[in-house]
Design a protein around this ligand. Structure first.
Ligand code: MG
Length: 387
């Protein structure tokens, strides 16, 4: 198939972030019709994107910045709107084949729900959507007949390895983890880690929040939870193995013990593109994999004793209810405090654990319960940080 045969219109939510800008590259490469864009407040980049793609609508979270952008692009036909509610409403009203949600953090949940409500398929890069409200989101998607296509590399890999086999033949999912910058270190070696050290040289090109989450293995924990919801599998049938080279993006083991893996050079654009073009494949933007040059691949057990947040994610998923949302909210706050040098690297792990393990759970929560739990968890971390 040649590229110009591909015709799909998309909306990119969170278009100025790391996944957002890589999605823009995919859109450019395949001449996609971009119907809507959103950003927290990076109006310089939004202006460029508006001039390149002429979307119908562009929403900015920061209302002051939205007004400023309105002035800057008054010579274009793009409608500019501002505020949290506007982003949620746009997710519902925009007419397109697919909404790519790469908003960072819990702010991505409402737009995902609105898009599902309107019957649009979703390419999901915002993990918090499934971590905090996986049951509600997947149930709604089933009711509306909407597909949720994973953009995360691990889930994209599993999604590909599951193609064509009934779920009852799956024995377990094996998520690969790069191990982060502090792989092999023990607790006492993690005491003096600074944000700069944690942010240096990630294998994948990602934003700051997720880079810290990769360093604590919280990110891998979130991915375990995400996998349970996306593929409707029990948490105890999802394993994690450290694979430093990040060439195998994840695996599926079947009941006959055959293991299928998906490989490639680490590049998020592959996953973004596959989510958009599924079930078809098109020429990719990433480098080809040269196995001989790679030479070897290594594997190791994940150290759940040092990196307690990975284990805490398993516990949270088993507890269910609002606990995964508490885990997410507490972690988001703790990472923010760490990046602002208010708490230490080990504090992230300790404070999140303390908040999660002492939280009074609510079973079968509503979206409002989940949002309240999120706020409570953040507040609890702030209080701990002031001790
Ligand atoms: Mg990932």
């Amino acid at each position: 198939m040649t590229n110009n045969e591909f015709e799909k219109s998309i909306a990119i939510f969170g278009s100025t972030g790391s996944i957002g800008t890589q999605s823009i590259e995919v859109a450019r490469r395949h001449n996609l019709k971009v119907k809507a864009l959103t950003s927290r407040g990076n109006i310089e980049l939004l202006e460029e994107q508006i001039r390149e793609f002429s979307p119908e609508t562009c929403a900015v979270l920061d209302e002051k910045k939205a007004n400023e952008l309105k002035g800057r692009v008054s010579d274009t036909s793009t409608r500019i709107i501002g505020g949290e509610k506007a982003i949620e409403e746009l997710a519902y009203s925009v007419k397109c084949d697919m909404l790519l949600n790469s908003i960072i953090g819990k702010a991505g949940l409402r737009p995902t729900l609105a898009a599902i409500e309107s019957g649009k398929n979703i390419a999901l890069a915002n993990k918090e959507t499934l971590v905090t409200a996986g049951e509600i989101v997947m149930k709604k998607a089933r009711e509306k007949g909407v597909s949720i296509l994973p953009v995360d590399s691990e889930h994209c890999a599993i999604f590909q390895c599951l193609e064509g086999y009934p779920s009852k033949q799956v024995s377990r999912l094996i998520l690969t983890a790069s191990g982060g910058p502090f792989f092999g270190k023990k607790r006492d070696e993690l005491q003096n880690i600074t944000p700069e050290m944690a942010l240096a040289h990630p294998t994948w090109s990602m934003g700051q929040k997720i880079t810290i989450d990769s360093a604590t293995l919280m990110n891998k924990g979130f991915e375990v939870i995400e996998a349970c919801h996306l593929f409707d599998i029990d948490v105890d049938r999802v394993d994690v193995v450290v694979h430093r080279e990040s060439i195998i993006h994840s695996m599926v083991e079947y009941i006959d013990n055959a293991v299928l893996a998906q490989l490639g050079v680490p590049d998020m654009r592959t996953c973004i593109q596959y989510a958009i073009t599924y079930p078809d494949r098109y020429e990719g933007l990433q480098e080809r994999l040269d196995l001989a040059k790679l030479g070897k691949m290594t594997f190791a057990e994940a150290d759940k004793e040092t990196f307690v947040l990975l284990d805490l994610a398993y516990k949270s998923m088993r507890m269910g209810g609002v606990i995964p949302a508490v885990l997410n909210g507490a972690n988001e706050e703790a990472v923010y405090l760490f990046l602002n040098k208010k708490i230490s690297f080990c504090d992230i792990m300790d404070m999140v654990s303390e908040v999660v393990l002492n939280y009074k759970n609510i079973v079968n929560p509503t979206v409002e319960d989940i949002e309240q739990a999120d706020r409570n968890a953040r507040e609890a971390v702030r209080i701990l940080s002031q001790r």
